[in-house]
Design a protein around this ligand. Sequence first.
Ligand code: FMN
Length: 174
Amino acid sequence: MTDKPFLYVVVCAAGVAADVSNLITAAQERDWEVGVIATPTAMNGFFDAAAVETETGRPIRSAWRRPEDPRPFPAPDAVVVAPATFNTVNKWAAGIADTLAVGTLCEASGLGVPIAVLPCVADALAAHPAYQDSVSRLRGMGVRFADPYAGEAERDDERGKSGWERVLDLLRHD
Ligand SMILES: Cc1cc2nc3c(=O)[nH]c(=O)nc-3n(C[C@H](O)[C@H](O)[C@H](O)COP(=O)(O)O)c2cc1C
């Protein structure tokens, strides 16, 4: 147990998830204690789960606990959704809590926990009206969106920051 604030990192099934260790390292350097919640699809080879468990010192959560089991993570002080997929953003906005990841996001929004999102959604999908409505609805709930991220190949933005750093910056003043 530590006194550090606890950050949930919600990982969705986007190609960029392969580099999510970079986000975890950056968060830990900013003094967050990190626990990862991944979608079931993300657990299907999108990132190195064993490496992430070593890095965080905690099992990755992907399914709901059994009722008699204790809560595996402390309550979150903040949540980062990175990478965020088209699918998860739309389900979250619609309140379709069919994964632990989306259920956690729906609840965190309601509890007023600060949430920052790094969307990794191709332009063709982002143009879909349902996605635009979802982002607008979530913004209206106070959710903070970083600019879309296409991965390490995109290299850092003009301020010299990666997408992982940009999304963490959105939580800086909490
Ligand atoms: C190799 C690969 C890369 C993908 N990358 C993305 C992506 O960057 N963004 C996205 O929205 N979906 C991407 N998808 C599609 C999602 O995996 C798919 O929509 C899935 O249902 C998302 O599930 P989740 O939101 O529960 O994680 C990718 C799929 C594959 C196979």
